[in-house]
Design a protein around this ligand. Structure first.
Ligand SMILES: O=P(O)(O)OC[C@H]1O[C@H](O)[C@H](O)[C@@H](O)[C@@H]1O
Ligand SMILES: [Fe+2]
Length: 193
């Protein structure tokens, strides 16, 4: 038997996830995003309500290395800004080829994804659905329901975040409230390819 363990081998641990609220126990690190943090992300922001929380990310902290899996719950509130449903900022991974998995725990929404050439894909998010986001796809979650959208995400530890590309160019599509429900339409402000 070999005993050449690395010096930094981690100790196993467990965390409880509340599927309704997204709360993790024991308390993780929580990042909160308000409407103000998303200023400039919606096409028409005249009715954007300031400092109210739009979403919270509860992170299970492990070292952000390529031999670890980072994971978090995201709790995205329901609502609209200028007819666009509340959404996350959305990002590419800084290390572009890193993949991610989402498991929706409660609520309903859409996961919009885009390649840098402007190709898009949209998938439904509802309890029990696992969404696989391959490397190179920017990803943004959109709450199209009237209760919080709660999902658990797992991704390779050294994925990193590139927010700037989406912040600068916008997403190729936006999700708006239509007469018969959510509609995925071209973003008139998209400046990518
Ligand atoms: O970071 P955003 O694009 O605002 O999305 C919010 C969060 O959604 C998921 O939980 C991802 O796994 C997180 O890494 C991300 O932070
Ligand atoms: Fe990600």
């Amino acid at each position: 038997m070999t005993t050449d363990l690395p010096a930094d081998v981690m100790v196993p641990f467990a965390v409880h996830v509340d599927f309704q609220s997204g709360a993790l126990t024991p308390d993780p690190v929580i990042l909160r995003r308000s409407h103000a943090d998303l200023a400039g992300y919606f096409v028409n922001e005249s009715d954007a309500p300031g400092e109210d929380e739009m979403y919270a990310v509860h992170e299970i902290r492990v070292p952000a290395t390529n031999n670890n899996l980072l994971s978090s719950t995201t709790v995205l509130q329901p609502g609209t800004v200028g007819g666009e449903y509340f959404m996350t900022k959305g990002h590419f991974h800084a290390t572009r080829d890193r993949a991610e998995i989402y498991l929706t725990l409660s609520g309903q929404g859409l996961l919009v994804m885009a390649l840098e050439d402007g190709t898009t894909q949209t998938k439904e998010m509802r309890p029990g659905i696992v969404n696989y986001v391959p490397g190179h796809w920017a990803h943004r979650s959109v709450n199209t329901g009237d209760v919080p959208l709660v999902f658990y995400a797992v991704y390779i530890g050294d994925a990193g975040y590139d927010y700037a590309t989406i912040a600068d160019q916008g997403f190729p599509v936006i999700v708006v409230e239509g007469e018969d429900g959510p509609e995925v339409v071209p973003n008139p402000r998209y400046t990518g390819r």
